[in-house]
Design a binder for this molecule. Structure first.
Ligand code: FAD
Ligand code: NAD
Length: 404
């Protein structure tokens, strides 16, 4: 009898958890599992702010997929997903095509640019190892070239971060440590540097505990960050940004603009014609796309409503990994025709935002944490994600053990 074909798209948090759990739940003869990913490595999306600032080498934030899945029974294909045809059950890759009986979409997110002019052309994102390397090198180049020019361009040393959500704040935390190092390396007075955070909402970290927001903002201000709150980026230009506040327009010149103002689901999901909201599919309780019992959507491509507030849960690695477990169980149950499908209910343990190597703010199991205790907890969370995917050996290889 032909084995059912399971195709998993994306080897991020959701995809790798799904595949490693399917390996445990299904016998070799029960299904053919194929995992497709753009690169032959997995990267820790949650560490990309560090690699982008240059406080952590990008190799520390990635590992080989083969080291996690082994050789059998998973067929790993390094290729880029171009499109999905849900009617013919085909996935088109750059170099080949696949058919599936069960599809798991875990392709992650794209930056949400809200159609703002110039962002795609001139702003950097924090999205992958490639983008992290590019941004780190760009910032260092601005510092390296500064003293070589007879007519010094002040804006070379201005870095604008758009968005004071978790990504923007964590990136600024890393810059707070990295920029003094760059100043020392390139003989630049820190007074010539500007680190500007532009946030459209009336507060940084909207929706987060106000006491923790104050702590984070004060901490970053002490590291030299200027906050422009209640100020929206309206356009990105070749040498900076245009912002508005209270109907007043201002141009801020900057050598580096980083767009960290939100994400949407992967474009492949939208283009495949699944019902979606900003690229995210509102999945059923078993994590399937409505009307497609053979298609599971997890991680940043999925949308799950928090019934308590009637709003979507924010897309996080925490949720993607929990979904991976449920998705693997449900695909296995569908194939084996025994056992019970699991309903997905996120168990939010908390969230911690790092403010550089040794400080952070967060709420864990309802308890507020700041400073070195929060930073310790953040590293525990980072190590836990490694453990969940690759066990103790991956933690030993890639884990964060410098706790103070
Ligand atoms: P990802 O883990 O992003 O994986 C997607 C995979 O798909 C990648 O391997 C990618 O290469 C691959 N892929 C993409 N397109 C294609 C294609 N066309 N073809 C083939 N492969 C493709 N969440 C938390 O819970 N805690 C945190 O501390 C935290 N910190 C964060 C810090 C930063 C800087 C950022 C940007 C996000 C952070 N998040 C955090 C959010 C978290 O990273 C995401 O929610 C999570 O990565 C989503 O998992 P995923 O499996 O959906 O996608
Ligand atoms: P976000 O949506 O959480 O925050 C984006 C911020 O940008 C918002 O505060 C928004 O008001 C602001 N913004 C939007 N448009 C703007 C404009 N035109 N000008 C200025 N500001 C603008 O996005 P994110 O920070 O990229 O996070 C994405 C997801 O990843 C979230 O779910 C987040 O919880 C998660 N994440 C978690 C962690 C963590 O747990 N440590 C770290 C990073 C990201």
């Amino acid at each position: 009898m032909r084995k059912p074909k399971i195709v998993v798209l994306g080897a991020g948090y959701g995809g790798l958890i799904t595949v490693t759990r399917l390996q445990k739940q299904l016998g070799v003869d029960e299904a053919e599992i194929t995992l497709v990913n753009k690169n032959d490595y997995h990267y820790e999306t949650t560490w990309l702010h560090e690699a982008s600032a240059g406080t952590l080498h990008h190799d520390r934030a990635r590992y080989q997929i083969k080291d996690i899945i082994g050789n059998t029974p998973v067929n790993f294909i390094k290729d880029t997903v171009i499109s999905i045809n849900k009617e013919t059950k085909k996935v088109v890759l750059k170099r080949s095509e696949l058919t599936y009986d069960y599809l798991v979409i875990s392709l992650g997110a794209h930056p949400e640019t809200f159609g703002i002019k110039g962002l795609k052309e001139y702003a950097f994102g924090i999205t992958s190892i490639d983008s992290a390397r590019h941004l780190r090198e760009h910032i260092e180049y601005q510092f390296a070239i500064y003293n070589t020019e007879t007519q010094k361009k002040a804006e070379r040393l201005t870095i604008v971060v758009g968005g004071a959500g978790f990504t923007g704040i964590e990136f600024l935390g890393e810059l707070g440590n990295r920029v003094p190092e760059l100043c020392k390396e390139y003989d630049i007075d820190f007074k010539n540097v500007r680190l500007i955070c532009v946030e459209a909402a009336p507060t940084a970290l909207p929706g987060f505990d106000p006491e923790l927001v104050n702590y984070a903002v004060n901490y970053l201000q002490n590291k030299g960050v200027e906050f422009k709150i209640g100020t929206a980026i309206k356009e990105c230009i070749i040498d900076g940004i245009i912002v508005t506040k209270d109907n007043q327009t201002e141009t801020i010149k900057a050598g580096t603009v980083v767009w960290a103002a939100g994400v949407r689901g992967h474009s492949v999901v939208e283009e495949a014609g699944f019902e979606n909201m900003r690229g995210r599919v509102k999945v059923d309780r078993f994590l399937r796309a409505p009307g497609h019992e053979d298609v599971y959507v997890i991680g940043d491509c999925s949308l799950v409503i928090n019934e308590e507030i009637n709003r979507p849960f924010p897309p996080t690695a925490q949720i993607a990994m929990q979904q991976g477990e449920v998705c693997a169980n449900n695909v296995a149950v569908a194939i084996q025709k025994r056992g019970r499908m699991m309903t997905f209910k996120p168990e939010i343990k908390g969230s911690v935002a790092s403010l550089g190597e040794s400080d952070a703010v967060g709420v864990v199991y309802g308890k507020k944490l700041v400073g070195s205790r929060a930073s310790f907890m953040k590293k525990v969370i980072d190590n836990r994600a490694l453990y969940m995917i690759g066990g103790p050996s991956l933690v030993l290889k890639k884990g964060k053990f410098k706790f103070l």
